[in-house]
Design a binder for this molecule. Structure first.
Ligand code: SF4
Length: 189
C-alpha cells in the first residue's frame, strides 16, 4: 500500500472540538465538529489525534458544570494521567517516527482543558441547603488566567517525555478563533 499521500503531520485536539456532544449541557456551540478553527490545519494536511474528554470519562453526560477548584483533586488528577497514557504513547510514537506534531489545541474557559484561561469560583457545597446562597455562588464564577486541571497534567506528561508541542486554544465563548498560546505566560493561580 502506498504511503506517499500521508502528510506526516498530526494536530492534537481536545475531545469536544471533534465531538461537541461531550460538553456540559447546554454549552455546545456546534452540533458535532468545531470546524472553523480547525479548517486551516485540515487544509494543510493535518491528521487529528483526539484526546479523551476527562469530564465525560469520569462523570458522564449528566454532570453539572464545575469549576477548577472542584476538579483540582489528587484522585481526579490521577484519573487524568491514566486516561492520557494511551494518547501520550501515540504522540511519542509519531514524534519518534519524525512526524510533525503541529500543535495541541485546548479549550480556553474550561476548568479542565483551558490553556490560557480557566473557570474559577464554586468550591462545592449543598446548593439546596437553607444556608446556601446560590446566587452568591453563581456570582463568584469567573474566567481568569490559568490552566485547566487536565491540561496541566497533559503538559507535565509531555514534558516528562521530552515532547515540546506548540500550544493553541479555542475559546469556549468564541469558538471561531484558534489562537496561539504562550507556554510560559500563564501561571497557575
Ligand atoms: S473542554 Fe475538555 S473537559 Fe470540557 S467537554 Fe471539552 S474535552 Fe471535555
Amino acid at each position: 500500500m502506498s504511503t506517499v499521500k500521508r502528510s506526516r503531520r498530526v494536530l492534537i485536539v481536545c475531545h469536544c472540538l471533534l465531538n461537541a456532544n461531550a460538553k456540559v449541557f447546554p454549552l455546545a456551540t456546534c452540533p458535532g465538529v468545531c470546524m472553523t478553527p480547525l479548517r486551516r490545519s485540515l487544509e494543510e494536511g493535518a491528521g487529528l489525534l483526539q484526546l479523551p474528554c476527562p469530564e465525560t470519562v469520569a462523570l458522564g453526560l449528566n454532570r453539572f458544570g464545575m469549576t477548577r477548584e472542584q476538579y483540582d483533586h489528587p484522585a481526579f488528577r490521577r484519573a487524568c494521567r491514566t486516561m492520557l497514557e494511551p494518547s501520550l504513547d501515540q504522540i511519542e510514537v509519531y514524534a519518534s517516527a519524525g512526524y510533525e506534531l503541529m500543535g495541541l489545541v485546548g479549550v480556553d474557559g474550561s476548568p479542565n482543558c483551558g490553556v490560557q484561561t480557566t473557570c474559577y469560583g464554586f468550591r462545592g457545597g449543598e446548593l439546596s441547603a437553607p444556608e446556601s446562597n446560590t446566587e452568591e455562588q453563581v456570582a463568584n464564577l469567573c474566567l481568569a488566567p490559568g490552566r485547566g486541571v487536565f491540561m496541566e497534567e497533559m503538559l507535565s506528561a509531555l514534558e516528562a517525555r521530552n515532547l515540546c508541542i506548540p500550544l493553541f486554544a479555542v475559546n469556549e465563548s468564541n469558538p471561531e478563533l484558534l489562537v496561539a498560546a504562550d507556554r510560559l505566560s500563564t501561571e497557575r493561580r
